[in-house]
Design a protein around this ligand. Structure first.
Ligand code: OGA
Ligand code: NI
Length: 362
């Protein structure tokens, strides 16, 4: 591997293999400091019971009834400002395709290890089968494995880096990716309108048609000591928009709301949408990318598909001129998504420190 592109600092251990061999303890490498561990207090559990991220029905969004359209736009606007996270139903993606995509990936993770290892990834591009983010030696690791692949731009789409098994997985991923790109395009229009801009403005800020899209499939094996670790450490998503297809059986995603962690209760066949760092920058922090993390449990594995809709990777991303005023000067200097992603990939998930550190000093 060329210089400046380090390989993994330590041998890779698949969390799935650990899970199969750990009876009642976990390796120290996965034990989080006390402040980062999930809270299991009954007080928090009670608070959590009554809270959920907004659920928004998109049926009628583009229909003839202006009142319906306005109401949906308003709900999305409020969810973007107050939560940075919401669930959408009646989004137009077929439920059977959603189930098929999730189950195809579940089957992939249940293939024999030697087949999965053929797709083992490296920190150079992260494409393929992985078990850690960041290349810092001695880092505390998360209790999950994943698969990462590019869907767009076309130049990065490489079927050889997508799993060949289970049979028809490539067709399923292809169809699923196509539907999600369409859906993200619609949401980009909604967000533009809600920001008081021309409906094509955000897409234009992303580089027009030349956007990026990638899929990260997360596999969270059962964990004998879920109170000591996290499936995915607190982070905000670096890209533009994320469409998460969560496990239909097992909750685990937690979203930060003030000083609490709210466990998302997934609605059947909904997508969980969240704002990423690049939209925080373009919107000059009108919309914030919100921190989230994943907890694990001792009974059931969990599979989730995170689809990331990103700007063209080599154009400068900075607050849109229309959103800069005397009262609200630009909060961020321009930076390309390539530069931004490199920064994150070296360090692994770290709350919101990345986007915060971008802020222009004043
Ligand atoms: C992610 C993510 C959440 C989940 O992959 O960025 O936040 O529920 N996933 O797996
Ligand atoms: Ni995320």
């Amino acid at each position: 591997m060329p210089k400046n592109q380090p390989d993994w600092p330590e041998p890779i251990v698949r969390v799935q293999s650990l899970s199969e061999n750990c009876i009642d303890s976990i390796p120290e490498k996965y034990i989080k400091p006390c402040t980062d561990r999930p809270s299991m207090s009954s007080e928090d559990a009670n608070f959590n019971c009554n809270m959920n991220i907004p659920i928004i029905d998109l049926g009628g969004l583009w229909g003839a009834d202006q009142h319906v359209t306005d109401s949906i736009l308003r709900q999305i606007s409020e969810a973007c400002r107050e939560w940075g996270f919401f669930q959408i139903t009646s989004h137009g993606v077929r439920p059977d395709l959603m189930d098929k995509a999730r189950e195809t990936w579940r089957q992939f993770f249940h293939l024999p290890m030697d087949i999965k290892q053929q797709y083992a990834n490296s920190p150079k591009t992260y494409e393929g089968y992985g078990s850690r983010l960041g290349v810092e030696k001695g880092a505390i690791l998360d209790w999950s494995d994943y698969y990462f692949l590019h869907y767009l731009p076309f130049s990065l789409k490489d079927y050889n880096k997508w799993p060949a098994l289970p049979p028809s997985s490539r067709e399923v991923i292809d169809e699923y990716g196509g539907e999600l790109v369409k859906l993200c395009g619609k949401l980009m229009k909604v967000l533009s309108i809600n920001l008081g801009l021309d409906e094509r403005r955000l897409q234009k800020g992303f580089g027009g048609e030349d956007i990026g899209a990638c899929l990260r499939v997360n596999f969270y094996p059962r964990c004998p000591r879920p109170e000591l670790t996290l499936g995915l450490s607190s982070h905000s998503d670096p890209g533009g928009l994320t469409m998460l297809l969560p496990d239909d059986q097992v909750p685990g995603l937690q979203v930060r709301k003030c000083d609490n962690w709210i466990t998302v209760k997934p609605q059947p066949h909904a997508f969980i949408v969240n704002i990423g760092d690049q939209i925080q920058v373009l919107s000059n922090a009108m919309y914030k990318s919100v921190e989230h993390r994943v907890i694990v449990n001792s009974d059931k594995e969990r599979v989730s598909l995170a689809f990331f809709y990103n700007p063209k990777s080599d154009i400068p991303i900075e607050p849109l001129k229309e959103l800069i005023t005397q009262d609200k000067p630009a909060l961020y200097p321009p930076m390309t998504f390539d530069e931004y992603r490199l920064f994150i990939r070296m360090r692994g998930p770290r709350g919101k420190s990345q986007v915060e550190s971008l802020k222009s000093p004043r």
